[in-house]
Design a protein around this ligand. Structure first.
Ligand code: UDP
Ligand code: MG
Length: 315
């Protein structure tokens, strides 16, 4: 166990180009936490923002140094690594994660705490009336489906970052040293008594989502590959079925050649089959590459991120 928890609640917030949201976030978050009536700290990780986010965070640290801590990355390492860096530093008994864009209303935090008080060690928010694009909601549905069939992780809303964890679960996440991971799923796999609560969801207060289609695909690959190698097995089984089918085809063609003599018909069908099999091979190579790339990142053991400095009062 790391340093004995002296604070009741740690709130962890990743920040990437959120200058349009931070002032409103501050004006809603601090009163919401004051109203809860527990001792708290807020850790912001500035994930290499190119806008004025750092200045705003530094000013907030100056205004409320007792409860505000800032972890400054030298570059952009992604939302989950930003959360990870903060989790490594938390001092609280209960840890809540939250997005900086006010899609997760800070006024909902108390609902999660009611659950941790009741003895649950991993509390997931379920976004009610999710305010995201149609496309994002369909992608979530698809990934939810894949995840629930390929892994033993059961979550209604994996993408909701409004979540609460016990210190024990957070220590487990930190100890795991995970590189490419999806923190809500990792937390779930370490929890003993997980649960979920409905929470409100709002539209992004300002700016646009930081997730491009490419980063969304990468993130979802992280989610699946970190927890299961089932895609590789499914692919192998499929490849075996294809081999059996092609063997059968070769036998049929050879028999026809012996009985009927040379024939030209069916050439295009054969080409079609060959192109299909080649593309199946390419998918397989890509899939192996995804796992291999991640294995490589773990094996070469490079730092997952670099903290250039922190703003905090030493406890
Ligand atoms: N974020 C981050 N690093 C990134 C991308 C996002 O720290 O590279 C933060 C961002 O500032 C926000 C949270 O992660 O607090 C969620 O990001 P966003 O709102 O863009 O994602 P979405 O809500 O569209 O899933
Ligand atoms: Mg958002």
């Amino acid at each position: 166990m790391s340093t004995a928890a002296t604070i009741q609640l740690s709130v962890v917030i990743p920040v990437y180009n959120e200058q349009g949201n931070l002032p409103t976030l501050f004006s809603r978050l601090y009163p919401a936490l004051d109203a809860i009536g527990r001792t708290y700290e807020i850790i912001f990780t500035n994930d290499g923002s190119a806008d004025r986010s750092y200045e705003l965070l530094a000013a907030q640290h100056a205004a409320r140094p007792d409860v505000t801590r800032v972890v400054e990355f030298n570059a952009n390492y992604g939302q989950h690594m930003a959360v990870m860096a903060a989790l490594e530093r938390v001092r609280g008994e209960v840890i809540v994660t939250l997005d900086a864009d006010l899609q997760n209303p800070p006024e909902e935090i108390y609902k999660l705490l009611e659950m941790t008080d009741a003895g649950y060690d991993c509390v997931g928010g379920m976004r009610q009336n999710r305010q995201d694009s149609f496309f994002r909601r369909r992608v979530s549905q698809l990934v939810n489906w894949i995840r629930s069939h390929l892994t033993s992780i059961t979550m209604t809303d994996q993408g909701c970052m409004l979540r609460a964890y016990s210190r024990n679960v957070v220590d487990g996440i930190v100890r795991s040293g995970a590189v490419n991971t999806f923190i809500p799923a990792l937390a779930y796999s370490l929890a003993q008594r997980p649960t979920e609560v409905p929470v409100a969801h709002e539209e992004r207060h300002a700016g646009t989502s930081n997730y491009s289609l490419y980063s969304l695909v990468r993130l979802n690959f992280d989610l699946i590959t970190y927890f299961t190698t089932a895609p590789l097995q499914i692919f192998t089984i499929f490849a075996m079925l294809c081999s059996a089918g092609s063997l059968f085809l070769v036998l049929v063609l050879a028999t026809r050649r012996l009985i009927l003599g040379p024939e030209e018909g069916g050439l295009f069908t054969l080409i079609g089959i060959i192109i299909f099999l080649i593309s199946v091979c390419m998918v397989g190579i890509g899939l192996i590459g995804e796992y291999l790339g991640r294995t490589y990142q773990v094996v070469r053991n490079r730092a997952r991120y670099h903290v250039s400095h922190t703003l905090e009062i030493q406890s």
